[in-house]
Each structure stands twice: as structure tokens, then as C-alpha cells.
Design a protein around this ligand. Structure first.
Ligand code: SAM
Ligand code: SF4
Length: 341
């Protein structure tokens, strides 16, 4: 992977927004493409972007450096499916060299389909933790939800990650009448395999064929149900993301809940997102964005820093998701696969 000319820094300080929140976490989307079409995430006939609009690997690495220079300490690569991007291992290696040199941690969120092939390269680059999305342990249901995903391939990918010494957290989107009955079996499976489990409420992002309100499962109710069977003790453990963690005493397992809808978590927000086209979004739940790609490709020295300062002034206090109005338009028109989960 060729390197871009280093961008001149302006000596600007660490990023903090106008509500005094220090921004230290970047979610960087490396592609909008994916080999799955999960029902809650994408439309079946998703139109992907032309290649010229997507940042090159060199541009992605240069942006990562620019963010690290402004005090970003943790980067999560996401997508679309990050591991289907050609050359991803080079990017991971390049950014991985900054671990211990400004960066505390490089992680990745993946659907696991390419993990058997990529786990070794991720571990060699310094990736110690990954999130793998897994909404069902039933092959047929998994294929239905992901529209074509192959469960044994994903499970084998997860095993490869563990063999490479990478800790795995399973992300499961809780879907009413679809995988609801699998929450307890998934929790038991994760406990037996030594994976943390995080449950996620489905968020109203982008038009899909289904009505999300049909599948929306509030996690406060799931928590109450789990508490009929298990003792959930709140933990102080945090991974930099929005999940609140509990110890499931009977299984000695850690369970995270991401509850954008039933329990707003914006007070502690420490992150921004950059799409594969170089648009910085200050909040998953708002349309405001700034174009870092233009600044990267045509901008004057210092323009990226100036945009990051502007982004901090624009970052809203909280998201504005609602899912309780049946048939309502999504809060934002772009899909999760565009902004990066
Ligand atoms: N393809 C990778 C994966 O599936 O892990 C990374 C990108 S995906 C957009 C990141 C996470 O967002 C996944 O855990 C996925 O389940 C979640 N996700 C996608 N659409 C969502 C939605 N509308 N509401 C809640 N979570 C969503
Ligand atoms: Fe692809 Fe991940 Fe979206 Fe599923 S959730 S369609 S795997 S980007």
C-alpha cells in the first residue's frame, strides 16, 4: 500500500465538542459493500457506490493518522463488511502500527464470513478484540435474516479468530418474533464459548422492505424477562461504545445492552463516524455531515483540522430516534451499512 504525503498538522488540540465531551473514538467505514443483506440493515436490492467515490486505502490511512493526531485513541473499522474490501489487511497493518504510538486500540466489526481467511492478519496487526454480528444459531433462520449468510462459515470464522488469540464479542440485533426466543440459547452458547454477548435494539436507519416497528423488541422488556431466570448485576466495565454491561451471575457471562430507543446513552458519547466516502457524521441519528474527502483530495493544508473543529461545534447533544410510530419514515435516510455500525 503506497503512502500519502503526510498532512501538515496545525498543532490543533484534542477533539472535544461544545457539550464538553472529549471525542476519542472513531468508527471508520472502509466500504459500503457487503456479502450479506441483513433484513434490518439493507434493502435486498441495495445500490452500492461507484469505486471512485470510496476513499482509497491510502486516504483511509491518512485520515486515521489525522484523527490520531487530534487525540483519537481508539479506531473501529466497519462497513458494510470491512473484510470484503480488497487490501483490508494492508490497511489494518498500517493503522495497527500506530498502536502504542497515539492509538490504544484498533478493532473491527464484521459479519464473520471472511474471518477464517483474515484472522491471522488481524492478529498480526495488533487487533486483540473484534465484534462479530450473529443474530441466530439456527442455520435456516440465520440464512433468512442475513438473506444468504452461511452459519457454519461464520462459526468457523469465529473459531479462527479465537485460535489467532482474538477475543470475540457477539452482537445480536433483537428482533421480535424472529430471534426473540433465541436470546437465552445465544447467551448460554456465548457463556460456554467464552464470548461476551451484546444485544442491540433495531434502529430506524434507511428504507428497507420490512416495517421495523414489526420487529422492534425493546430491551428493557428483554432485561426484565432475563431477570426471571438470571441475576443480572450491573458492571462498570466499558469498551468505549454505548453498551451497558451486566454480569449474568449464574453463567458467569458478560451481557451488554445497547438501548438507543429505550434508554438514551448520548450523555457519554465519545465518538464520531466517517463513511467510506469520507463524510464525517457527528451522530448516527442526524443527517449533518462534513466532507473530509474533498479536503483530502483538493483541500489546502490544515483544512482537515479546520473541518474537524467545525464538526465538534456541530455535534448534537443527542440522537432523535423514535420507532414507536408505526409506518413512520426512518429517522435518517441512510442505512447503517453506509454510516458504519
Ligand atoms: N457488516 C458488519 C457486521 O454486520 O458486523 C459491520 C457493519 S454492520 C452495519 C454493524 C452492526 O450494525 C452490526 O452488528 C449490525 O447488526 C448492526 N445494524 C445494522 N443495521 C442496524 C439497525 N437498523 N439497527 C440496529 N443495528 C443495526
Ligand atoms: Fe452486511 Fe453487516 Fe449490514 Fe448485515 S449488518 S447487511 S453483514 S453490513
Amino acid at each position: 500500500m503506497a503512502q500519502m504525503k503526510p498532512m501538515p498538522t496545525t498543532g490543533a488540540g484534542p477533539l472535544a465538542d461544545s457539550f464538553g465531551r472529549r471525542i476519542s473514538y472513531l468508527r471508520l467505514s472502509v466500504t459500503d459493500r457487503c456479502d450479506f443483506r441483513c433484513r434490518y440493515c439493507m434493502s435486498e436490492r441495495m445500490q452500492f457506490l461507484p469505486k471512485r467515490e470510496i476513499l482509497t486505502l491510502e486516504e483511509l490511512a491518512a485520515l486515521a493518522d489525522a484523527f490520531i493526531a487530534r487525540g483519537i485513541r481508539r479506531i473501529r473499522l466497519t462497513g458494510g463488511e470491512p473484510l470484503v474490501r480488497r487490501g483490508i489487511e494492508d490497511l489494518v497493518r498500517t493503522i495497527g502500527r500506530r498502536i502504542g504510538d497515539g492509538l490504544d486500540e484498533l478493532t473491527i466489526t464484521t459479519n464473520g464470513s471472511q474471518l477464517r481467511r483474515q484472522a491471522g492478519a488481524l492478529a498480526d496487526a495488533g487487533v486483540r478484540r473484534i465484534n462479530v454480528s450473529l443474530d441466530s444459531l439456527d442455520p435456516e433462520r440465520f440464512g433468512f435474516i442475513t438473506r444468504g449468510g452461511d452459519l457454519p462459515v461464520v462459526l468457523d470464522g469465529i473459531a479462527a479468530a479465537r485460535e489467532a488469540g482474538i477475543a470475540v464479542k457477539i452482537n445480536m440485533v433483537a428482533l421480535k418474533d424472529l430471534n426473540e426466543a433465541e436470546i437465552v440459547p445465544m447467551l448460554r452458547w456465548c457463556a460456554a464459548e467464552g464470548h461476551d454477548l451484546t444485544l442491540i435494539e433495531t434502529m430506524p436507519l434507511g428504507e428497507i422492505e420490512d416495517d421495523r416497528t414489526d420487529r422492534y423488541l425493546p430491551l428493557d422488556g428483554v432485561r426484565r424477562d432475563l431477570e426471571q431466570q438470571f441475576t443480572l448485576s450491573p458492571l462498570n466495565y466499558r469498551t468505549g461504545g454505548p453498551a451497558r454491561y451486566f454480569l449474568v451471575e449464574e453463567l458467569d457471562a458478560r451481557l451488554g445492552l445497547i438501548t438507543p430507543l429505550t434508554n438514551n446513552f448520548c450523555d457519554g458519547c465519545n465518538r464520531v463516524r466517517v463513511t467510506a466516502t469520507g463524510q464525517i457524521y457527528m451522530c448516527l441519528g442526524h443527517e449533518d455531515r462534513l466532507d473530509l474527502r474533498r479536503a483530502l483530495r483538493e483541500g489546502a493544508p490544515g483544512e482537515i483540522d479546520a473541518l474537524l473543529d467545525r464538526a465538534m461545534r456541530m455535534k448534537p447533544e443527542r440522537h432523535a430516534f423514535r420507532i414507536d410510530a408505526p409506518g413512520a419514515a426512518p429517522a435518517v435516510s441512510r442505512h447503517m451499512s453506509v454510516t458504519g455500525g
